[in-house]
Design a protein around this ligand. Sequence first.
Ligand SMILES: O=P(O)(O)OC[C@H]1O[C@](O)(COP(=O)(O)O)[C@@H](O)[C@@H]1O
Ligand SMILES: [Mg+2]
Ligand SMILES: [Mg+2]
Length: 358
Amino acid sequence: MPIAGKATLTQYIIEERRRHPGATGALNALITDVSLACKAISRKVALGALGDVLGSASTQNVQGEEQKTLDVLSNDMFLRANEWGGHVAGMVSEEMEEPYLPPQQQYPRGKYLLLFDPLDGSSNIDVNVAVGSIFSILRAPTPEADAKPEDFLQPGTEQVGAGYAIYGPSTMLVLTLGNGTHAFTLDPQLGEWVLSHPNLSIPRQTSEFAINASNSRFWEPAVKRYVDECLAGKEGPRGIDFNMRWIASLVAETHRILMRGGVFMYPRDSKEAGRDGRLRLLYEANPISFLIEQAGGMASTGRRRLMAVEPESIHQRIGFVFGSSDEVARVEAYHSEEPQDTYQAPLFGKRGLFATAA
Ligand SMILES: O=P(O)(O)OC[C@H]1O[C@](O)(COP(=O)(O)O)[C@@H](O)[C@@H]1O
Ligand SMILES: [Mg+2]
Ligand SMILES: [Mg+2]
């Protein structure tokens, strides 16, 4: 029985399965397991200091980043919730250098690959700002066998499902199975995800952008030009005032854009040699792109469709621009119009607002 006329997550995925007559139910079961991990993480996050889970784990992950206690705990919850069902052939996590294969003697191998960022935006935990978990589901090239590292290197267009949970004032799960993007709110009393926002749709136009402006001296000319024009407001070439946001939590920024539009940029920059961007392709940018496209938005590297990128390594980083389609298309156009070092931005010059030279 739907709750207050709204479907639950279980009812929604059963209904979705009817579109695929040959389906075995394994994908539904996997999504249920993922959503269970998210409920467990939500409980831990909500306890905050009382759960004794804040602060650093005093370890580093494969990318050399400090691991928070909750990063490690959340990773463990994802692994435990998803290994026993026998639906995955292997998992890739931000927190683990190599793909994880569930112990063979205990758990059977399934036909899916699960890739996840168990806790996204973890620099925000200690200050009680929204964080989340992001996941992507691919088909295992060899079902029922141990997944090989190269099996995970599939472009985002191959995803069969993707989503995130956001642990904010309310806990929500936002999901796509390739048939629209839908948001479920967790009813904490019932422990049920209830379909509160079906068929999300991102407006094509927006006057809100999100970027970490402290990186401005490392940006490429096209990004400088785009931001500069937004900052120039009514008097500038865009002729409107823009609003700016930066939460430093990809799930929270994505959620805002899915709810009211906007554009997010963590573009390729020159901050660290040999690094294309900040965000990870397989378990951050690809699943967010799938959700954004299914809600009518655009997701790009800044130059081309992000989900078309052929991955080269499991922890690969990438430039990422997504949101309202008119703005993302504009950023792509600026990249093709502005070859390196051509744009002399007034706001980024010697005496500008974001001065780049002393
Ligand atoms: O610290 P910065 O440069 O503002 O970067 C923030 C970005 O880093 C992230 O926190 C990276 O995710 P993790 O916390 O999972 O490493 C994103 O959520 C966010 O968009
Ligand atoms: Mg992350
Ligand atoms: Mg993370």
